[in-house]
Design a protein around this ligand. Structure first.
Ligand code: FES
Length: 106
């Protein structure tokens, strides 16, 4: 699937990754700016925060319990569509997904 990362300034980065790839990993290995991912994907740093575009947020689903707690520690404001990108696994159903990168991560 292909995912579009939209920066706060409106620039977009299109990234294509294998199904099953973790969204944070797809961002980091493609050098997407603004995804820091300090803890390496353990849902314990909240620096891989993204806002899932409204139209797909139901499909992506809600955060798990641990993630939900971590989302209270994001540097940028938490919104209803906030997720930690290390906790989202890509699938073909998510092809074309747009995620917004927040203003700050630390
Ligand atoms: Fe640390 Fe996602 S990489 S919470």
């Amino acid at each position: 699937p292909t995912v579009i990362f939209r920066s706060p300034d409106g620039t977009e980065r299109k990234v294509t990754a294998e199904s099953g790839t973790v969204l944070m990993q797809a961002a980091v290995s493609n050098g997407v700016e603004g995804i820091v991912a300090e803890c390496g994907g353990n849902a314990s740093c909240a620096t891989c925060h993204v806002y899932v575009a409204e139209d797909r947020s139901e499909l992506v689903g809600p955060p798990g319990d641990v993630e939900d707690e971590m989302l209270d520690f994001t540097a940028a404001e938490r919104r209803p569509t906030s997720r930690l990108s290390c906790q989202i696994q890509l699938s073909d159903a998510l092809d074309g997904l747009v995620v917004h990168v927040p203003e700050e991560q630390v």
